[in-house]
Design a protein around this ligand. Structure first.
Ligand code: CP
Length: 320
């Protein structure tokens, strides 16, 4: 099994081996403690520069990449479309090439177009991290979800995970399906037929089943993962109304009675309270939504550390 991560870019989970995923998670675990210290900073990436290039809005991902870079002592630069020359018509590739001319050690990219980070990785020189590309992949979200599951369940292999809601438009669902099945979990997806097509069953070789009703997917689940309705990616009506969606597919306390007694509830955020998830569940004792956010910093520290030129030996020398 692979025990190191030697890739230049992190573009998706699909292409990773189980050992690479585990190495990323193990590395993230070593960084988790730094965020709990009084002085939340280590010199691992001192002198390195990380550019966050976000063409779509973000609260959690952009902020946690910036915090991660700063906790590793890297210089973090944030670029948003509205304040960049993209608003004057500059292309994605020209933008990236101009940024590369300033010698960054890593560029973190979020874009509405599936494949945009891979395109930059092919055309440029800097390590690229995919921070979410269209409905394709969101690899660091799946890694932070896995880190959270490992923290609370002690393992991934053998767990039953239900992923519910707008699977069709969800890069989080795709990355999680790849990651969880590679690490030996079984995944059941469910939601309206228009948002959970049968073809999803072919996404991975094994470990995935498609259910129509959310009750069947939740039955015996150790992990219940709810997805946001991605209205910004829906070009037509996929269900009659939000009210109807909430009635038939929103997660309510009665649903959790079907899950394992110690089941945990996750959501990548942002949440639509009262639509895909009832407030009493989002704020309840089983909810790990804010733990996911906290683990996002550790995962992004690990990814930046491994891609932007930190060194395992150096990390161990510093005792963390
Ligand atoms: N989960 C997630 O990607 O959240 P943001 O869109 O706020 O980054």
């Amino acid at each position: 099994m692979t025990t190191t991560f030697k890739r230049k870019h992190l573009l998706g989970i699909r292409e990773l081996a189980a050992g690479e995923i585990t190495h990323l998670l193990d590395t993230a675990e070593t960084f988790r403690d730094i965020s709990r210290r009084e002085i939340k900073k280590v010199p691992a990436l001192r002198g390195r520069t990380v550019i966050n290039l976000f063409f779509e809005s973000s609260t959690r991902t952009r902020t946690s990449f910036e915090i991660a870079a700063k906790r590793l002592s890297a210089d973090a630069i944030n670029i948003s479309v509205s304040t960049s020359s993209v608003s004057k018509g500059e292309t994605l590739l020209d933008t990236a090439r101009n940024l590369e001319a300033m010698s960054p050690d890593c560029i973190v990219v979020r874009h509405s177009m599936a494949g945009a980070p891979a395109h930059l990785a092919r055309m440029g020189n800097a390590p690229i991290v995919n921070a979410g590309d269209g409905a394709h992949e969101h690899p660091t979200q799946a890694l932070l979800d896995a880190l959270t599951i490992r923290e609370y369940k002690g393992r991934i292999a053998g767990l039953k995970v239900a992923i519910l809601g707008d699977v069709l438009h969800s890069r989080v669902a795709r990355s999680n399906i790849h990651l969880l099945t590679k690490l030996g979990a079984t995944v059941a997806i469910a939601g309206p037929g228009t948002l959970v097509p049968e073809e999803f069953g072919e996404l991975v070789d094994e470990g995935l089943r498609v259910e129509r009703g959310i009750e069947a997917a939740i039955e015996g689940a150790d992990v219940v993962m709810i997805l946001r309705i991605q209205r910004e990616r829906q070009d037509s009506a996929f269900f009659p109304s939000m009210r109807e969606y909430a009635v038939h597919y929103g997660l309510k306390p009665k649903h959790l009675e079907r899950a394992a007694r110690d089941a945990i509830v996750m959501h990548p955020g942002p949440i639509n309270r009262g639509i895909e998830i009832a407030s009493e569940i989002a704020d309840g004792s089983r909810s790990l939504i804010l733990d996911q956010v906290a683990n996002g910093v550790a995962v992004r520290m690990a990814v930046l550390y491994l891609l932007a030129g930190g060194g395992r030996a150096e990390l161990e020398d510093k005792g963390h």
